[in-house]
Design a protein. Structure first.
Length: 181
């Protein structure tokens, strides 16, 4: 005995999902879309070239390269970027890749949605670095009583610690035998 189960209507319906994306976006004169929300990089979508470029915001470092690498890996895993095209850009500190064109979907919207998700995934990292920098600044500018000494609390002496304890601590001690070479 066969059982037939029918769920929903027989006509296929296609509903496009709506998602609200909040990003700091600017559009250039040549219709490039620029995203500025990431802490280490800014991202440019170039519709005329089907290209996505990530530039370093401040200075090039391992953090910037790591962010660029994670961005293109994220977009590659979602099928938006051609993995063969990921390469260093012609501008210093940039990385670029070609994204796949599509007649069925608005690729720019898909890229913006996925960029928003990527930035949200990275947000805890931004907050940690920002909080750590604030903590270190506060620690140096306003130390606790345990981490500081008041003027006069440390007794004064002519010689302190290892200063003058051996002949190597005077003058040019590390180079004292350089004349023998």
């Amino acid at each position: 005995m066969a059982i037939t189960i029918k769920i929903g209507s027989s006509e296929p319906t296609q509903v496009e999902p709506e998602e609200i994306v909040k990003l700091k976006i600017s559009k250039s004169l040549n219709d490039d879309v620029m995203v500025f929300d990431h802490a280490d990089i800014y991202i440019v979508i170039q519709p005329k070239n089907n290209k996505l470029v990530a530039f370093a915001k401040d200075i090039m470092s391992d953090y910037v390269y790591g962010a660029q690498n994670r961005l293109f890996h994220y977009l590659t895993k979602r099928g938006l970027v051609n993995p063969e095209s990921v390469q260093a850009g012609n501008v210093y500190d940039s990385m670029e890749a070609k994204y796949y064109p599509s007649d069925k979907f608005d690729v720019i919207k898909l890229l913006l949605i996925n960029l928003s998700r990527f930035i949200e995934d990275e947000r805890p990292y931004f907050e940690f670095v920002e909080n750590y920098d604030e903590m270190m600044t506060d620690r140096f500018t306003d130390p606790t009583d345990e981490d500081s000494t008041k003027l006069g609390e440390v007794p004064q002496q002519n010689k302190k610690g290892t200063v003058g304890a051996s002949p190597f601590t005077y003058g040019n001690a590390y180079y004292w035998q350089s004349f023998t070479y």
